[in-house]
Design a protein around this ligand. Structure first.
Ligand SMILES: Cc1cc2nc3c(=O)[nH]c(=O)nc-3n(C[C@H](O)[C@H](O)[C@H](O)COP(=O)(O)OP(=O)(O)OC[C@H]3O[C@@H](n4cnc5c(N)ncnc54)[C@H](O)[C@@H]3O)c2cc1C
Ligand code: FES
Length: 296
């Protein structure tokens, strides 16, 4: 059992939890995720590691309830426990594993959409701890959906806030801010890291391609095991099929087939879509559809 040390409601629909998981806290790096399961009957829910404290042996997660399982998580209080809390999963961000001197030469822009601020934060913090001040754009539909502003300001170079409805910070979507910074405000970047809803990552990649900025995205497809055994999380990256849970979740955003990834996510919404996935993927489909037993 993995004890919840802190359970807090953030602004908007978002929740933060600090969970006792010493082994994960000892080994994880920014970019990796965990899979949490509430009880014996619970679903396996992938959530990015938002922060970790190696000495305290804790992991912080930030999540937005969007369906049954994440909704149930919101009822958990400090003192309750997760039955399973597996990780660290996925590959760490290359920024934390590449040669530090090479990373230091880069001007890096992070783009966080909505709850995407949670996975962006540990990367910006890690860079700060290693003497690199990255710029960050945090975007949300409206003011209450802007997350981790103060925390981000404490570890970033410049933080630019934008809301679609103009209720806070600049007005407009994150891609407008990227264009403004580069085309009107004299900024230049060697790398962009975009994390948020797939649609936001898709449009960010279209913008950065135009501006010639290499871009990394963190993909969040449906996952089941999270250890490379089922392919529910498959994505098309360039000409190749990749499993986000073991090959990612970070990929070259300019190579991702976002339309296919979003269509696949939609298919999981209906029984018909899931059945279609099973037919299309034949013997290579081992999980997630709810019909083949791979998700049990
Ligand atoms: C590697 C990874 C890291 C993630 N990190 C975070 C995080 O830090 N914070 C956070 O809030 N969420 C994160 N997510 C998304 C989170 O896992 C989903 O929100 C959760 O699995 C939904 O489960 P549910 O049972 O509550 O909803 P469901 O009932 O399964 O789904 C409700 C609706 O959301 C859609 N949906 C389901 N899963 C996803 C998904 N993975 N992405 C987008 N839409 C989905 C479904 O199609 C459905 O319409 C991450 C996902 C991945 C793969
Ligand atoms: S969730 Fe990635 S292979 Fe099963």
């Amino acid at each position: 059992m993995y004890k919840i040390k802190k359970a807090e409601k953030l602004t908007g629909p978002n929740y933060l939890m600090v969970v006792e998981a010493p082994r994960i806290a000892k080994h994880c790096l920014p970019g990796q995720f965990i899979i949490a399961k509430e009880d014996e009957k619970g679903e396996r829910i992938p959530l990015t590691i938002c922060d970790y404290d190696r000495e305290e042996g804790t992991i912080t997660i930030v999540f937005q309830p969007i369906g049954a399982s994440t909704e149930k998580f919101t009822r958990l209080k400090a003192g309750d426990s997760f039955r399973d809390f597996v990780g660290p999963l996925g590959k760490p961000s290359e920024l934390c594993t590449d040669d530090l001197e090479e990373v230091k030469k880069k001007k890096i822009l992070f783009v966080a959409g909505g709850v995407g601020a949670a996975p962006v934060y540990p990367q910006v913090k890690w860079l700060h701890e290693h003497g690199i001040e990255a710029d960050v754009i945090i975007g949300g539909r409206t003011k209450e959906l802007i997350l981790l502003e103060d925390e981000m300001k404490a570890v970033a170079g410049n933080v630019y806030i934008t809301t679609d409805d103009g209720s806070y910070g600049r007005t407009g979507v994150v891609t407008k801010v990227i264009e403004d910074l580069v085309q009107n405000e004299g900024k230049s970047y060697d790398l962009c890291v975009a994390i948020g809803p797939m649609i936001m990552m898709k449009f960010t990649c279209m913008t950065t391609k135009k501006l010639n900025i290499p871009t990394v995205v963190s993909m969040n497809p449906i996952m089941v095991d999270g250890t490379g055994m089922c392919g529910a999380c498959r994505l098309t990256v360039g000409d190749e099929v990749k499993f986000a849970c073991v090959d990612g979740p970070e990929f070259d955003g300019h190579l991702i087939d976002f339309d296919a990834a979003m269509k696949r996510q939609m298919m999981y919404k209906t029984e018909e879509g899931r059945a279609l996935l099973k037919v299309r993927e034949g013997d290579t489909h081992h999980g997630g559809c709810g019909n083949c037993g791979g998700d049990e």
